[in-house]
Design a protein around this ligand. Sequence first.
Ligand code: AKG
Length: 322
Amino acid sequence: HDERPRSDSHLLVPLIDLQGFLSGDPVASLEASRVVRDACRKHGFFLVSNHGVDCRLISDAHHCMDRFFGLTLSEKQRAQRKLWESHGYTSSFTGRFHSKLPWKETLSFRYSAEEGSSKVVEDYLVDAMGDQFKQSGGIYQEYCDAMSTLSLSIMELLGISLGVGRNCFRDFFEGNDSIMRLNYYPPCQKPDMTLGTGPHCDPTSLTILHQDQVGGLEVLVDDKWHLVLPHVNTFVVNIGDTFMALSNGIYKSCLHRAVVNSTRTRKSLAFFLCPSKEKLVRPPKELMETGREYPDFTWPMLLEFTQKHYRADMNTLQAFSS
Ligand code: AKG
């Protein structure tokens, strides 16, 4: 699906103003759940504004990325990701990897909303990078806390929109064990020859992405790539495979990718909501009246399958379920 040329159209992703929903306004909530339902049945992508996340925190999180990715390679490699781990630093530019790897550097870490894990992000960064990353660690800890809170509110909205009640999915993701990824895409002299992030569906449950103003996120809808234009102080939200299974296939997890450009570095912050490890992914019974699309599984089972068998031209969730 990564045929050239790059997309010249953009996707009309609905923008949901969350203010009314978050303050409990029933009319605004009904309208928001209707818009979410339409978008999630079609492609699983929508935007949220007035989400309650401090814009200062978002800009601090972007500045900390400049700080980390501006280090020398050997400094960044102190956090080098190990094979089969989802956490740590990766780079397409170290020469150790295959040239087909995407054109980017990433730093990923685990976030836990469980009691007693209130400093897991901060501790990880200080452990990997030393005390000079204490401040960045604190900022990413706060950012992930805000993402976890926002994703639980969005879970309420998804529950309402699917007619299973406000708390159904919210309760399921309390104590979530999630992943945060910082994506850093340097300019590329031949942007048409590569991709920043290759085409994939997120295996996780819900992604909350903040992209800077450069733009480059694309979604495949009706066999065509469409740009998702950046909006200030707005998050891109999308359904992942785990939530697609939880909704018994009613809500879609959709292929997306990121392209690069020849002049500007692009950055994005992706928070991937995941259930805690032992939770059984099984749709609520109201959504299974006409049968089941997928067997029960736990998130680590799907993660392991995706890491071992991922192919851009394959529907991972379907392959995992068959
Ligand atoms: C990912 O990190 O999985 C993405 O899809 C990133 C998309 C982007 O950078 O816009």
